[in-house]
Design a protein around this ligand. Structure first.
Ligand SMILES: *Cc1c(COP(=O)(O)O)cnc(C)c1O
Length: 204
């Protein structure tokens, strides 16, 4: 996945021209601004990879091909309602918080809500769960990234055994600084921004 957040639509055109078909954006409003210019690129998919507030779920269900940061039961219910109104099936990944940093969002891997959400999934008929996503700790130690990716894969294996009706085949993990390690640990979707598009400007 090419992470095009902050970069202009020209960067998306260029990447699409070079054969990239999967993009990640982390803000609903930013992508809402970009999307009108991208309509003729009908072969690309754009996933939301940033935190989604429940009050923006209708907009997100309309704009994105998939939501890779589902992190609560409440949000799942809101997204399911929104997808139902749009008469579409919305693919989702559950974001798991494996890093102690306070700013990171995601479901607690040991909490009740995760199992509750997976139990509810078959009833949320307009959501289609495909796997898990996580962001590794931002420190420079490659062992902490590896640990994190390994934990996500193990958690996926456990959850898949407990919820055998669900498909949890996708593991979205790894960014520019740690994607090789993520692939070694079983990533099926690395999310690459800087290594493809260069450094991002600081947001105003
Ligand atoms: C920005 C972002 C990326 C890409 O990060 P790089 O280090 O620039 O590759 C990946 N995943 C998420 C969730 C992001 O917000």
């Amino acid at each position: 996945m090419a992470v095009s957040k902050v970069h202009p639509v020209e960067a998306i055109f260029e990447a699409a021209e070079a054969g990239v078909s999967l993009f990640g954006e982390n803000r609903v409003q930013e992508f809402e601004r970009k999307r009108p210019e991208l309509v003729h690129l009908n072969q690309i998919e754009v996933h939301l990879i940033g935190h989604l507030q429940a009050n923006k779920s209708a907009k997100a269900a309309e704009l994105f091909s998939a939501i890779d940061t589902l992190d609560s039961l409440r949000l799942a219910e809101r997204l399911n309602d929104a997808a139902q109104k749009l008469n579409r099936s919305l693919p989702v990944l559950l974001e798991i918080k494996l890093s102690p940093e306070a700013t990171k969002t995601g479901l607690d891997p040991a909490g009740h809500e995760l199992d509750e959400l997976l139990d509810r999934m078959p009833d949320l008929s307009h959501l289609y769960v495909r796997g898990l996503m996580t962001i590794a700790p931002l420190d420079e130690n490659p062992d902490s990234a590896r640990n994190c990716f390994r934990q996500l894969r193990r958690l996926r294996d456990e959850l898949a055994a407990r919820h055998s009706r669900l498909n949890l085949s996708q593991l979205s993990m790894g960014m520019s600084g740690d994607f090789e390690i993520a692939i070694e640990e079983g990533s099926t979707m690395v999310r690459i921004g800087t290594a493809l598009f260069g450094k991002r400007e600081v947001r105003p």
